[in-house]
Design a protein around this ligand. Sequence first.
Ligand code: 5AD
Ligand code: SF4
Length: 471
Amino acid sequence: MTEKEVNIQKEYIEKIREQIKNKNLKYNILTMGCQLNENDSEKLCGMLEEMGYEREENVKNADICLFNTCCVRENAEDKLFGKLGELKKLKEEKGIIIAIGGCMMQEKHITDKIKESYTFVDIIFGTHTLHRFPQDLYLSMQEKRKIEDVIDIDGEIYEGLPIKRDSSIKASVTIMNGCNNFCTYCIVPYVRGRERSRNPKDILEEVKKLASEGYKEVTLLGQNVNSYLRVEREKDIPFEKYEGIDSFAKLLRAVNKIDGIERIRFVSPHPKDFTDDVIDAIADCEKVCKLIHLPLQSGNTKVLKEMNRRYTKEQYLELVEKMKNKIPNLTLSTDIIVGFPGETDEEFEDTLDVVRKVKFEQVYMFIYSRRVGTPADRMENQIAEEDKHRRFNKLKELVESQIEENNKKYVGTTQKVLVEGESKNNSDMLTGRTDSNKVVIFEGTKDLVNKIVDLKIVSEHMWYLKGEVEK
Ligand code: 5AD
Ligand code: SF4
């Protein structure tokens, strides 16, 4: 069924290709949000480039402007509506085609607002209809009408769509879609639907292809990545087993065996699904990076319960202890939300306490943002903005002091760095990342790009380290 659908879309790609031949048309794309969204954008770029459109970074020179939206926090909405304001002029002046897709388009109050106040938008598509973009674009061009292609049911998994990847060194591979956890603050389950996993065979084939193309690092993606195939297992939903793979741990072990791939990362796991088999696989697989992202959200057991996270402060700390004992050289990063409804100053202290104890390599900090339709939005005890900001600043101060402290530990050590290319700020220097995802800048020759090199760390700066090639 999905194969037939993909073929239909390929026909639309061909039709557009015919139509725009020799016209030298260009597209501009803006992506907000997480790595999953970036991976979706790579698929959109793949489709557009197959049609014959060329990528253009300056929207003023583009014929199509595409927006892949996120809705996890409020500022993303401000960004979209600000940008749409700017695009109105381009629409009036040159008739640029404007398409908006992604998570935010699954929210009715947003699409209503667009249809009411931004009537110049040509195409609206959601997360479950991304694969139908060629058809939507064709119909919009052909029939000169507004297209709204958003469905509420869980989308299928479509294999074999074209893809244009951002990097030739690191690649993302989405292994599952959707989320069944319903954390009370989070909009994701409503906009990305229920968990569904890709077949292990399709994933391994994609990774093998990446390896043959010279990619060195893959990041396995999912909103709840370590519950890969869990729903299918628990509900006895038949799925194509391949090399005996029926769990995330087994998938990690299988990816680890693929020649050419040298580093494996994954985001985002949920602490409650961090079973022993996953910990053992990380410890055993030499290619799996030992930086693990383990979202904490809050360090207080009562707040965690209100968030529906299904672990306590103690359970989180025990999990960290267990992982540290089993995985040599483990480093951790995390996500934290401050100012969840009802959170008191005292409860927030528990979050600081966990941060002090775990000493994360990196902390992604967020101010709680009310999301329409989520249980937390309906809670009455919302926190005043100034309290949220005060707590955020306190957390930021602690995190930054820890990062400074932690950076010092790198100086004098030798790190394996995957070299990604020239440094953005200084083209005489190369840049790469350690296993723990720290940026390292160093002097070196271009032939080192896409290789893992040993670098001696000579100095530390807040957001990067400086290294030297080991003689
Ligand atoms: N407000 C603030 N942060 C949020 N996140 C998810 N939903 C919200 C929200 N409503 C954060 C969580 C999640 C990360 C991707 O975004 O920390 O792990
Ligand atoms: Fe944003 Fe979540 Fe959608 Fe990613 S899945 S783009 S974080 S709303």
